[in-house]
Design a protein around this ligand. Structure first.
Ligand SMILES: Cc1cc2nc3c(=O)[nH]c(=O)nc-3n(C[C@H](O)[C@H](O)[C@H](O)COP(=O)(O)O)c2cc1C
Length: 351
């Protein structure tokens, strides 16, 4: 079996965004090759009662999902599902298509096993993405849509953008995640205030009946984070995703001066925030942990700190396409060694 890490240095010689485009091309071609996806799925998708959970009316056959930003346009859904993820988050999608920030806008910090991105919600827009998703929906695993406002939309009209997105995806998604935590759209993070979130969730609940999760930034103070989660849940949110990327550039040796950091350097910060959220909300509301998860040990730790599910992005770039399979395989062993019958028994045990 080819080992990803042996040819990773070669991949890492290319520009990161070019590498992603090549990968996207391959993922788009893969379903056209007879027997390839069933073969991949047979190798990567682990069906085991130890890992299955029912959460917010959705069935997750394992706890590992793909985080937002990897498949921004919903062009890789079939191939990604064959890699063993139990749910996929598409987007961020904005109402109108947008180009995102000027390139270069994605960098690797190879030594720190981290990425820095300033993409700025480059995406094909609701119309194209919704028609692409409508072709596969309902899908074999839950499909979430990460939604954000257009850069040109003034702050006072932001709710209209989120509501338009919720309307368009109501019948062709399993959940929404609200992105007001990206550092790459000017002033977006200013929307992380209680008044806005209350108005937003109350408005969204008039439109969208399925789960809606709030995705938070790791750069807020803890009291702010807990306050935002409380008001969001009271106003209709189904849970929280912690966290998005960080603008703490002191975490890497040679940072760029814009964008957000993800991967290993985000890991401890993301876990610390999760722990504090977990102390208040574990088992009471859905918690999805994301940020620097590269292996089963870290996934196990996050679930023990209160997460119901985890997501990965940067780990996939550094560990390769078998990451979800490997995490699930090793999680099974960890659960067995602890004598647990199902992963849900692990949620919050370390709090
Ligand atoms: C290139 C790139 C693009 C991203 N785009 C989005 C996005 O559109 N919406 C979003 O909510 N998060 C986005 N993220 C953040 C990830 O979903 C995730 O929260 C973050 O990278 C931490 O997880 P990780 O350390 O496993 O990568 C992006 C991350 C990267 C690296």
């Amino acid at each position: 079996m080819l080992n990803y890490k042996t040819f990773r240095p070669l991949i890492f010689k290319s520009n990161p965004e070019t590498a992603h485009s090549v990968l996207e091309f391959l993922c788009k071609m893969a379903p056209k090759i007879p027997y390839l996806l069933p073969f991949l799925a047979q190798k990567s998708c682990i069906e085991d009662t130890l890992l299955i959970q029912e959460i917010d009316g959705m069935r997750f056959y394992n706890p590992v999902g793909l985080a937002a930003g990897f498949d921004k346009n919903g062009t890789m859904i079939e191939t990604l599902s064959a890699l063993g993820f139990s749910f996929l988050e598409i987007g961020a999608v904005t109402p109108l298509p947008q180009q995102g920030n000027p390139k270069p806008r994605l960098w690797r910090h190879t030594f720190e096993e981290s990425l820095q991105n300033a993409m700025g919600f480059n995406n094909d827009g609701t119309q194209s993405i919704a028609s692409r998703i409508a072709e596969v929906y309902p899908f074999c695993i839950p499909l979430g849509i990460n939604i954000g406002k257009n850069k040109v939309t003034p702050q006072e009209k932001a709710i209209e953008d989120y509501c338009a997105l919720a309307t368009n995806f109501q019948s062709i998604s399993d959940y929404l995640s609200i992105n007001i935590s990206s550092p790459n759209t000017p002033n977006l993070r200013d929307l992380q205030n209680q008044d806005f979130l209350k108005a937003l969730f109350l408005a969204l609940r008039e439109i969208y009946s399925k789960p809606i999760y709030l995705k938070i930034s790791p750069d807020l103070g803890l009291d702010d984070i807990l306050g935002l989660i409380e008001v969001s849940i009271k106003s209709g949110a189904s849970g929280v995703m912690a966290t998005n990327t960080t603008t703490d550039y002191s975490l890497v040796k040679n940072p760029q001066s814009l964008g957000g950091l993800s991967g290993k350097v985000l890991s401890s910060k993301s876990a610390e925030i999760l722990k504090e959220i977990g102390k208040v909300y574990a088992k009471k509301t859905t918690i999805i942990s994301v940020g620097g998860i590269f292996d089963a040990k870290e996934a196990y730790k996050r679930i023990a700190l209160g997460a119901n599910l985890v997501q990965v992005y940067t780990g996939l770039i550094f560990e390769g396409p078998l990451l979800a399979w490997r995490i699930n395989q090793d999680l099974k062993e960890l659960l067995n060694s602890e004598g647990l019958d199902n992963i849900s028994q692990l949620v919050g045990v370390d709090l």
